[in-house]
Design a protein around this ligand. Structure first.
Ligand code: G6P
Ligand code: MG
Length: 218
């Protein structure tokens, strides 16, 4: 009996995954660190610090330098999201949010990003979201279940009443660890563990999703 939906942000509601990538690429280029689009695939849904640690690899940097690099990347990212508007919502998102609301289902955001709130406001969907779990909400990042458990708690729901929509492997892992239903967006190589897999939210609606989740439960 589904009573809540928890949406990841980057790569699910909007394509800010691209802006995160470009910001990391700029930093890596400045620092002479090897990085590219392919390496970036593994950073989907990964926290800021863990992303940087993966980019620097075996190289050792003092903590201050790591901090400075994280700040610099974030500044590039913040600059690049200034012009985000409702046009940047991915196809199908708005209608699904409205259908869920109509059906009396609560909606939360479950994003590792510390920039989630400003992005949601620029997208114009803040008034459609009942609770926000973001990069400030919990200590342990995905794939730990903490962020999604925090979101469910904010909604006043049990994990088994919640569906998580995610585009990242770490996110699906986190949701399953939390004991929630999962919808994975993207290739099975990335979100293959999810109960329901879709390319994106464009051609679905709440009725179809509910049927697929029921099939997965049977
Ligand atoms: C999301 C994105 C990641 C990003 C993380 C932290 O999970 O998918 O690419 O690294 O949030 O975002 P932040 O805005 O706090 O650096
Ligand atoms: Mg994501």
């Amino acid at each position: 009996n589904i009573r809540g939906f928890i949406f990841d942000l980057d790569g699910v509601l909007t394509d800010t995954a691209e802006y995160h990538y470009l910001a990391w690429q700029k930093l890596a280029d400045e620092e002479g660190l090897l990085f590219n689009r392919e390496a970036n695939e593994g950073l989907r849904g990964v926290s800021r610090r863990e992303s940087l640690l993966r980019i620097v690899g075996d190289k050792h940097y003092p903590e201050e330098k790591l901090q400075e690099m994280m700040d610099r990347k974030n500044q590039y990212y913040v600059d690049s999201i200034q012009n985000i508007s409702p046009k940047d919502l991915l196809p199908g998102v708005l209608t699904l949010l409205d259908e869920l609301r109509q059906a009396g289902i609560k909606i939360a955001l479950g994003s590792a990003s510390k920039n989630a709130r400003p992005v949601v406001e620029k997208l114009g969907i803040a008034n459609r979201i009942d609770a926000i779990a973001d990069g400030y909400s919990v200590q342990r990042p995905k794939p730990a279940p903490d962020l999604f458990l925090y979101a469910a708690n904010q909604l006043g729901l049990e994990p088994a009443q919640c569906v998580v929509v995610e585009d990242a492997e770490a996110g699906i892992e986190a949701a399953l660890a939390a004991g929630m239903w999962t919808v994975g967006l993207g290739p099975a190589s990335r979100v293959g563990e999810a109960h329901v897999i879709l390319p994106n939210l464009a051609d679905t609606d709440w009725t179809k999703l509910r049927a697929k989740l029921n099939d997965a439960a049977a």
